[in-house]
Design a protein around this ligand. Structure first.
Ligand code: 9D3
Length: 249
């Protein structure tokens, strides 16, 4: 996959391209990341990309022309058709289902807004999809684009090794992850749950599933409501609930 980013702060994405799973995917050639600034596509000598908002009020708006020029020229840098995405607070909320779908595409073109955002006419004519990463206020689209690059990048074929397998991801099966522990077995903060030290892989798998169900019930009832449980899962959750309620006494 190739990802092009249009941003007033292209240097923002240096870390995305270098560290962790996605940095490795880029070095392996599984993902290409190219960042561009609309300033390079301005015609005036002040390299201006923004202007005051029509109708009055505070804040500036990113103008059509530099962005149209940048989008057109960046599209032409590679033959693959690109899905254009505008990261914006007005967008559809990003989910793992959407991430999986986008990860299959040959090319994405991400537009990051600053100030009050982008002139709506540019959005209407050039943007295929508007995405938000959640209900909180950021100062621009860059962090949201970096989130999308990370989520999509790690799903590229060959990007994850066996221990990082996407099949194990929280949300892939609609549940939160179980708790994890490492050495030492005994610490001032407590002991590791005995079952994990037992070597009984059936019992361990059962405990992990029960914890995943229980934590989802406690912390994300919205996720549980959307999931249909097997008889075994309902029994595991019931067992978790009974123990949890007993602990609350
Ligand atoms: C202070 C400006 N606000 C006036 C009411 C509106 C506003 C404009 C631009 C609020 C935030 C932003 C910048 N945010 C993004 O570009 C953004 C974003 C976000 O803020 N939250 C969640 N997802 C995203 S994706 C892009």
């Amino acid at each position: 996959m190739r990802i092009d980013v249009l941003s007033l702060f292209p240097e923002f994405f240096a870390a995305s391209a270098e560290v962790g799973v996605v940095g490795r995917a880029i070095r392996q050639g599984l993902l290409q990341l190219h960042c561009h600034t609309p300033r390079d596509y301005t015609r005036d000598r002040h390299r201006r990309v923004d202007d005051r908002t029509f109708g009055g009020g505070p804040g500036m708006v990113m103008q059509v022309e530099p962005l149209r020029e940048a989008l057109t020229q960046v599209r032409a840098m590679a033959p693959e058709p690109a899905l254009s995405i505008y990261l914006s607070p007005q967008g559809e909320r990003l989910t793992q289902a959407r991430v999986r779908q986008l990860a299959e595409l040959p090319r994405l073109l991400l537009l990051c807004g600053r100030y009050e955002g982008v002139d709506e006419r540019l959005v209407e004519h050039e943007i295929d999809l508007e995405l938000s990463i959640g209900d909180y206020v950021l100062s621009g689209g860059e962090l949201a684009a970096a989130v999308l690059i990370d989520a999509v990048g790690r799903l590229q074929e060959g990007a994850l090794n066996r221990s990082e397998s996407a099949a194990q991801d929280s949300f892939e099966d609609g549940l939160l992850d179980c708790p994890h522990y490492s050495r030492p077995e005994q610490d001032d903060y407590g002991a590791v749950p005995q079952v994990l030290m037992s070597g009984d892989h059936v019992a361990i798998e059962r405990w992990r599933r029960k914890q995943a169900l229980g934590r989802t019930w406690l912390r994300r009832p919205d996720l549980l409501a959307r999931k249909s449980l097997t008889a075994r899962e309902r029994a595991l959750l019931e067992e978790f609930r009974r123990e949890w309620l007993a602990e609350q006494q």
